[in-house]
Write a protein that binds this ligand. Structure first.
Ligand SMILES: [Fe+2]
Length: 243
C-alpha cells in the first residue's frame, strides 16, 4: 500500500512544535510496514504564508529529512520507503511559489497535496487550484471528506474532479473517528468514484498510527471489489510519479 498523507517527518526535522525524535519515526514506520504499507508520502504541514523568508531553507530541510529517515530505515531493516511531499496550506501565493520551484510535490511527480481551510470559506480557492493546473501541477485535495464538517464550505466534489482535481480521503474518517457526517461523506465520495487515494494522516504511533488496512472493508463496500487496491496502490503510484 501507499500512504499518501503522513506526518512522520515531524519526528525527524524541527518543522513543528513537536520535538524531533527519530526513534518515534522508526516506530511509526514499523507500524506502517506491519500493516502492509510499502511507501509513505511525507506530508508535514507546510504553511508558506507563515514561513516567509525561511521557505527555501524549510524546503531543503524537508528533503534532507526524507533522505535521512530513509537511510535510518534501511539501516534498521524497516521495509518502508519515504518519498518527498508536504501538506500545503492553501494560499494565494502558491502559483508564484510554484514558479520559484518552492512548492513541494509528492514523490517524483507533479502532484501537490493541498489543504483547504475548513473553518472559513476561501473565495480564491478554485482560482489558486486552477492557476496551479495551468503550471502543469496536479492538486490533490487533502482529506476532502472533512469539508462535510464545515457548513460554510460549498465545494462541489464532482465539479472539482471534472476539472481535473484529485481528492484524498483519510482512513480515520472512514472509521468514523471524525464523526458521522464526515464518515458518510467519505463513503459517498468513494461510492461516486471521486477519490484518488487514501491517507492515514498519522501524527504519532499511539492514537494516530499509520495504518490503512483497517478501512479495507469499508472502502470495498462503498467502492466495490478492487476499490481498496485502486486507492492504496494503483492511483497513488501515479500520484507519486511512479506509474
Ligand atoms: Fe495532515
Amino acid at each position: 500500500m501507499i500512504d499518501l498523507h503522513n506526518h512522520i517527518l515531524r519526528y525527524v526535522v524541527p518543522v513543528h512544535r513537536t520535538e524531533p525524535d527519530i526513534e518515534i519515526a522508526v516506530e511509526m514506520a514499523k507500524i506502517a510496514a506491519a500493516d502492509g504499507i510499502r511507501i509513505i508520502a511525507s506530508t508535514p504541514h507546510f504553511r508558506p504564508e507563515a514561513l516567509g523568508d525561511r521557505l527555501p531553507e524549510v524546503c531543503a530541510l524537508l528533503r534532507e529529512g526524507v533522505t535521512r529517515l530513509n537511510r535510518v530505515l534501511r539501516e534498521r531493516g524497516v521495509d518502508v520507503e519515504i518519498v518527498d511531499g508536504a501538506e500545503v496550506q492553501l494560499w494565494e501565493g502558491l502559483p508564484e511559489l510554484a514558479d520559484a520551484g518552492l512548492l513541494p510535490t509528492l514523490g517524483e511527480g507533479r502532484h501537490v497535496l493541498v489543504e483547504l481551510p475548513i473553518a472559513s470559506y476561501a473565495t480564491y480557492a478554485e482560482q489558486v487550484l486552477f492557476a496551479l493546473q495551468l503550471r502543469g501541477l496536479q492538486p490533490v485535495i487533502a482529506h476532502f471528506e472533512r469539508m462535510a464538517g464545515a457548513p460554510t464550505q460549498e465545494f462541489d466534489a464532482e465539479a472539482l474532479v471534472s476539472r481535473g482535481l484529485k481528492l484524498q480521503v483519510n482512513c480515520e474518517s472512514l472509521q468514523g473517528r471524525r464523526g458521522k457526517p464526515v464518515q458518510g461523506a467519505a463513503r459517498d465520495l468513494i461510492r461516486n468514484g471521486l477519490v484518488a487515494g487514501l491517507g492515514s494522516d498519522a501524527h504519532n504511533p499511539e492514537d494516530s498510527p499509520p495504518r490503512l488496512s483497517a478501512c479495507r472493508r469499508a472502502v470495498n463496500r462503498a467502492g466495490g471489489r478492487g476499490a481498496f487496491e485502486r486507492l492504496t496502490w494503483e492511483q497513488p503510484l501515479e500520484i507519486i510519479g511512479r506509474a
